[in-house]
Design a protein. Structure first.
Length: 537
């Protein structure tokens, strides 16, 4: 089955959706809070059915906003279930938002609320930990309802919770069932970064490591970017009955492509495009061969590898269906590109920076018919070193940098991205990629486990290899070269640049997941037929 595109929201977009629903009279804030709390409890028991079979202790940590109000609902429901529940409030009850104050009062009719200060929280959690170690109970649920999407400063108190859970782990006992409402506290909702502070010239920051995160209506950017996947555990999304998708500015989760983009039902080889992958000399052609094979496997009708004459024999020994063409330098490339049937180029993998610069200048020059160009590896370094060459990029180009290449191309943007996140919302990989695409005037595919793809207009998608789509085997030499080939092959087939980049990134992960452990880059193109069959092609 093809995975549908869904939306990732910022904290501000989610708040706007809730506010609009309340203003329309479709739902009240109290109703949303009740639905959220019930959704958390249902998700908790669904994730850990064994908790329904026996008693457990619950510690509910409530913050000063509506996330804390959700926590009071959870505390009440768990108390009604029969659990021993301890509730802590970070802040002043008199300053809670109106709906959260109502649920605070409802809980007070059932139990006490203790104030959260680091020393009080440490003592209380230590008591719970001691009870577990003494055999009073073997299970404790910690509900993190401190800040959720609303955190805008470092949360030092999160370190207290982390230390107590580590104390249990140190005794060889099961980590507590830590449940985060919306997002683990300490994590920026829009960037997935841990918010940190500086003390004595050292940076400090903590975030809760949840085993289950329950969010509402739609996933947020922080669930899939940066540290989010490593801190959220399992993520469950609860439907609150809201309808908005966040509007045109929302970021998409890259899903499976429409089958029509990939199917071949008619035509001949030239109907599906001719891709040209440029290569370096003897002993340096491996990366380009990987890209060429990727372009051919993904469906380009023809793929030609262009290399210096001295490398023809070496490449001929390794390639069969991929054609070969001698390309000594830029002048020869210009002659080759007079053939309009060559409609997509891949410039960079293993090419060498000087040769890449020559080839880019020829491919992007005014005297050559404009066509799709994928720039990777040494091609990106060439662009970073030559502002005039960078200025020649056009809307049919796709840049595919990893973090180091991105920093060379866009040093000021990268500096903001890697700067310590001291306040939220912090600069995110989405922010960085969107700005880079605007500056370059073309598609930017910023690689990583949280690959982000953006076009100059701000349209953006995230291809997250995380949670049930984790693909750690992609951390192998040459996998990026294959991805560049995938993009090139899809461009040759006629896909729009953004569609080609998103589809290639999604299929790249699917190939890795299909193959599994032991993957090397050569396996990725050959796994495509199996992935295509699973899609129903």
């Amino acid at each position: 089955m093809v995975v549908a595109r869904t939306r990732l929201l910022t904290a501000a977009q989610m708040r706007a959706i809730e506010a609009a629903a309340i203003a329309s009279g479709a739902v009240t804030g109290l109703e949303l809070m009740e639905r959220a709390g019930r959704g958390v409890v249902a998700a908790l028991f669904s994730e850990w059915p064994d908790l329904e079979a026996g008693m457990f202790r619950a510690v509910v940590l409530c913050g000063p906003g509506n996330n804390g109000g959700d926590g009071f609902v959870v505390a009440r429901l768990l108390k009604e279930y029969g659990c021993a529940v301890e509730v802590f409030l970070f802040g002043d009850a008199e300053r809670l938002p109106p709906d959260a104050r109502v649920n605070h009062a409802l809980w007070q009719g059932m139990g006490k609320v203790r104030c959260i200060w680091p020393n009080v929280l440490a003592t209380a959690l230590s008591d719970v930990t001691d009870a577990i170690l003494c055999g009073d109970t073997d299970r404790v649920v910690i509900v993190d309802a401190l800040f959720g999407l609303g955190l805008s400063r470092p949360l030092d108190e999160a370190g207290v919770i982390v230390r107590e859970t580590e104390r249990l782990e140190g005794k060889g006992l099961l980590t507590p069932y830590v449940v985060a409402i919306d997002l683990p506290s300490g994590l920026c909702a829009d960037s997935g970064k841990i918010l940190i502070s500086q003390n004595d010239e050292r940076w400090h920051g903590s975030a809760l490591h949840a085993r289950l995160t329950v969010t509402f209506h739609a996933l947020k950017l922080g669930h899939v970017l940066q540290d989010g996947p490593s801190l959220c555990g399992t993520v469950r999304c609860v439907d609150l009955g809201l309808t908005s998708d966040g509007g045109p500015g929302a970021v998409a989760v890259v899903g499976g492509p429409p089958l029509a983009m990939l199917d071949k039902v008619a035509g001949h080889k030239f109907s599906h495009g001719h891709a040209l992958v440029l290569s370096r000399g003897v002993g340096h052609g491996g990366a380009a061969r990987l890209a060429a094979r990727g372009a051919l496997r993904i469906g380009a009708g023809l793929v030609t590898l262009g290399c210096p004459p001295s490398a023809l024999i070496e490449n001929a020994a390794r390639l069969d269906a991929v054609m070969l063409r001698a390309v000594r330098g830029a002048a020869e490339l210009t002659t080759i590109l007079a053939d309009a049937r060559i409609n997509a180029l891949c410039i960079g993998p293993g090419l060498g920076v000087e040769r890449a610069a020559q080839m880019l200048r020829a491919a992007l020059g005014d005297g050559v018919e404009r066509r799709s160009v994928v720039v990777d590896a040494d091609g990106l370094t060439a662009l970073a070193r030559d502002a005039e060459l960078f200025g020649m990029l056009h809307a049919d180009c796709v840049l595919t940098p990893h973090a180091g290449e991105f920093a060379r191309l866009f040093p000021d943007i990268a500096a903001r991205l890697v700067a310590p996140a001291t306040t939220g919302p912090a600069c995110s990989k989405v922010d960085a990629t969107r700005e880079a695409a605007r500056r370059a005037g073309c598609i930017v595919l910023f690689k990583g486990p949280d690959t982000v793809i953006a076009d100059p207009s701000g349209r953006c998608g995230v291809n997250a290899a995380a949670y049930d789509r984790a693909a750690p085997w992609l951390a192998t030499a040459g996998s990026g070269d294959v991805l560049a080939g995938f993009v090139t092959g899809l461009l040759a087939r006629g896909l729009a640049p953004l569609d080609a980049a998103e589809t290639a990134a999604w299929l790249h992960v699917e190939c890795a997941r299909s193959f599994g452990p032991g993957l090397i880059a050569e396996d990725l193109p050959d796994e495509l037929p199996k992935v295509f069959r699973a899609l129903g092609l």
